[in-house]
Design a protein around this ligand. Structure first.
Ligand code: GLU
Length: 447
């Protein structure tokens, strides 16, 4: 495989799409060696086909705000790869959404979904709609307008969206309501992350964070360590950070920091159940300010403006917010303050320089597509429940999630163990996902 040539061609076709090119580069670097052992992949031009999305839908979304003003946003759905199943992946509502971001996320999703053991292809979608400061009514009107276009692209056996940054249970509810009206289809399996009373899976809201902690436990056990009693710093305070904080605390760790775009809250005595519950209120308020935690819990949470979670001394760092949120300088600061493990929970949360720094300095590191796959895996479990018209108990879902995270860890170990015995989780996750998708593509012919 000529990685440099493939990257140059891709950069020429997608100029300036840096996040997308960064995600592809990381995967190609990891798989090069394995790819070169399979001339049949080269002959079928598997990599050249895999790095391009199957198709991209772009649409205008017009809605009316609370002041009666007409607003226009752009909406997208990127159907990336359907080799192992119908398109599956979340919707992101964030002011910075552009095609490059959704292409990187759709590409990552393809490999992540392959790791879950479930038959799901990769997709991503969203809009540059900014939920910050919007009222509940505005959120509803936007979701309804977005669905007037999206409904034509999706279906329970075709493409199944879910949440991501800016899209949670409330938004999925409004989206499904409008889908039903337009499509006159009453199959709840068209979206995942639904409410518990209308087809949503128990534990789906918690699943990304819970799964991430189950994976972290496996990684630590493999390294002869345990999370109990360890200090954890995490970024964000949305759904993923909430699930991660809940499970970290349950496993006996001390969550000493959460953060937001405005700064960091240090919690020296560790996060409490009341604080974890308050994270949900902070998300629902659409204020996007972590400072609210310090205002609500004075003396327990100390807010510092403009600082990241990575400035707080910890054993384990869990980026749970946004891509490229942890730089090489942050990685150095973490190490200086005693951190020895980083599990990426956000998609591509660490910059390439940070990953290389961790790997070259003996800090345990695992990539988002393995660590955070419990979210989409539980979406897959939700689809199974919907298709068979049943609901599993929390115990059943949790057991299945445990099994899946253990299997993802095993796949990373299988493909990532290096000749000197150490485990490269980045390589392991990328090669495992790639082998599954590439084999399926090969068997389905040149399409
Ligand atoms: N947005 C989540 C992810 O990045 C979940 C996707 C889903 O459940 O379809 O994996």
């Amino acid at each position: 495989m000529k990685t440099a040539e493939i990257m140059a061609n891709l950069a020429a076709k997608h100029p300036g799409e840096n996040e997308y090119l960064q995600a592809v580069q990381e995967v190609l670097e990891s798989i090069e060696e394995v790819y070169n052992q399979h001339p049949e992949f080269e002959k079928a031009k598997i990599v050249e086909r895999m790095v391009e999305p199957d198709r991209i839908f772009t649409f205008r979304v017009t809605w009316v705000d609370d002041k009666g003003q007409v607003q226009t946003n752009l909406g997208y759905r990127i159907q990336f790869n359907s080799a192992i199943g119908p398109y599956k992946g979340g919707l992101r509502f964030h002011k910075a959404v552009v095609p490059s971001m959704l292409k990187f996320l759709g590409f990552e999703q393809t490999f992540k979904n392959a790791l879950t053991t479930l038959p799901m292809g990769g997709a991503k979608g969203g809009s540059d709609f900014d939920p910050v400061g919007k009222s509940n009514d505005e959120i509803m009107r936007f979701c309804q307008a977005f669905m007037t276009e999206l409904w034509q692209c999706i279906g329970p056996d075709q493409d199944i969206p879910a949440g991501d940054v800016g899209v949670g249970g409330r938004e999925i509810g409004y989206l499904y309501g409008m889908y039903k009206k337009l499509a006159r289809e009453y199959n709840t399996g068209v979206l995942t992350g639904k409410g518990a009373t209308w087809g949503g899976s128990i534990l789906r809201p918690e699943a990304t964070g819970f799964g991430a902690l189950y994976f972290t436990q496996h990684l630590l056990h493999k390294a002869g360590k345990d999370i109990a009693g360890k200090k954890v710093a995490l970024s964000g305070f949305g759904n993923v950070a909430w699930g991660a904080a809940t499970k970290a605390k349950e496993l006996g760790a001390k969550v000493v920091a959460i953060s937001g775009p405005d700064g960091v809250c240090e919690i020296p005595e560790g996060i409490t159940d009341e604080m974890i519950a308050y994270m949900l209120e902070m998300r629902a308020s659409n204020r996007n300010k972590v400072e609210d935690m310090a205002t609500k819990f004075p003396g327990k949470a100390k807010f510092t403006a403009g600082k990241k979670a990575w400035s707080i001394p910890c054993d384990i760092a869990l980026p749970c917010a946004f891509q490229n949120e942890l730089s090489e300088d942050d990685a150095k600061e973490l190490q200086k303050n005693g951190c020895w493990c980083c599990c990426e929970v956000s998609n591509m949360g660490c910059q390439p320089g940070a990953i290389h720094y961790f790997q070259n300095n003996g800090i345990l590191f695992a990539p988002g597509k393995a660590v955070n796959a419990g979210g989409v895996a539980t979406s897959g479990l939700e689809m199974t429940q919907n298709a068979s018209h049943i609901s599993w108990s929390a115990k059943e879902v949790d057991e299945k999630l445990h099994f899946i995270m253990e299997s993802i860890h095993e796949q990373c170990v299988k493909y990532g163990t290096q000749p000197d015995g150490h485990i490269d989780y980045v390589k392991g996750a990328n090669i495992a996902g790639f082998m599954k998708v590439a084999t399926a593509m090969l068997e389905q012919g040149i399409i």
